[in-house]
Design a protein around this ligand. Structure first.
Ligand code: PEP
Length: 248
């Protein structure tokens, strides 16, 4: 049985005061969740998460990391720096980074390796655009994205990643993939993972992301290969995030 994971992606949102209220709200309502829970926050707030979440059931992480360990890379943040502040997860290859920062499949693969080397669990995002889905290229595009990561990974490290299937057309749009559409891609992803390490493929958590909300979470999370959610907008409201956790 794979344990489910509900991870929030705050993106570039928050302030010390707003985060304190959000984290207090999550902690107050979370009790003992049946699933793993994490929030992926902007780097300046790692220290706040460490102070507020240590000892709680909520883990925290970043939204990106450098492929470099240290040195003259202005503006970059290394995996070791994330670890210094207690991060356990880091999102890698989010579609916003792929499209606004030109991150290629090869770079995402490299970042996945850097995260593992730093002792972080990378949440590797993959997903097709609307045009790609409508032209029947979903499996080819998403397959190439995951294959690039698997190609750069040791077989023994396959069980150290989390995969997030996030159709680009569903992110922040209010449009959600139907449970069956998502399940089909998740099953394809698991088959690809199995080509690298069959045993690990059964244990890798594959999350769905893209307008997951309290009212659609349950039907998505009951699909056999959907092992949790990567939640953007709805992770910024404690009540919504908690409702998704309770839908598990
Ligand atoms: C995301 O950006 O990872 C995401 C899933 O966003 P939203 O839930 O807002 O669609």
């Amino acid at each position: 049985m794979r344990r489910k994971l509900i991870a929030g992606n705050w993106k570039m949102n928050g302030s010390l005061a707003a985060n304190a209220a959000l984290l207090d709200g999550i902690k107050a309502g979370i009790n003992q969740p049946v699933c793993a829970v994490a929030v992926c926050v902007p780097a300046p707030y790692f220290a706040q998460c460490k102070a507020e979440l240590t000892g709680s059931p909520v883990a925290w992480g970043g939204q990106d990391l450098s492929v470099h360990e240290s040195g003259a890379y202005t503006g970059e943040v290394s995996g070791a720096m994330l670890r210094d502040f207690g991060c356990t997860y880091v999102i890698v290859g989010h579609s916003e980074r792929r499209s606004y920062h030109g991150e290629s499949n090869a770079l995402v693969a490299q970042k996945t390796g850097s995260a593992i080397k730093s002792g972080l669990t990378p949440i590797v995002c993959v997903g097709e655009s609307l045009a790609e889905r409508e032209s029947g290229q979903t499996d080819a595009v998403v397959g190439a994205q995951i294959d690039a990561v698997l190609g750069a990974l040791d077989a023994g490290d396959v069980n150290k990643i989390v995969v997030a299937y996030e159709p680009v057309w569903a992110i922040g749009t209010g449009k959600t993939a139907t449970p069956q559409m998502a399940q089909d891609v998740h099953a394809m992803l698991r088959t690809r993972l199995a080509t690298k390490n069959a045993a690990a493929a059964t244990s890798v958590q594959i999350l769905y992301g893209g307008s997951m909300k309290p009212d659609n979470a349950r039907e998505l999370l009951t699909m056999p290969d959907i092992d949790g959610g990567l939640i953007g907008g709805a992770s910024l409201k404690a009540a919504d995030f908690l409702a998704i956790i309770r839908a598990v």
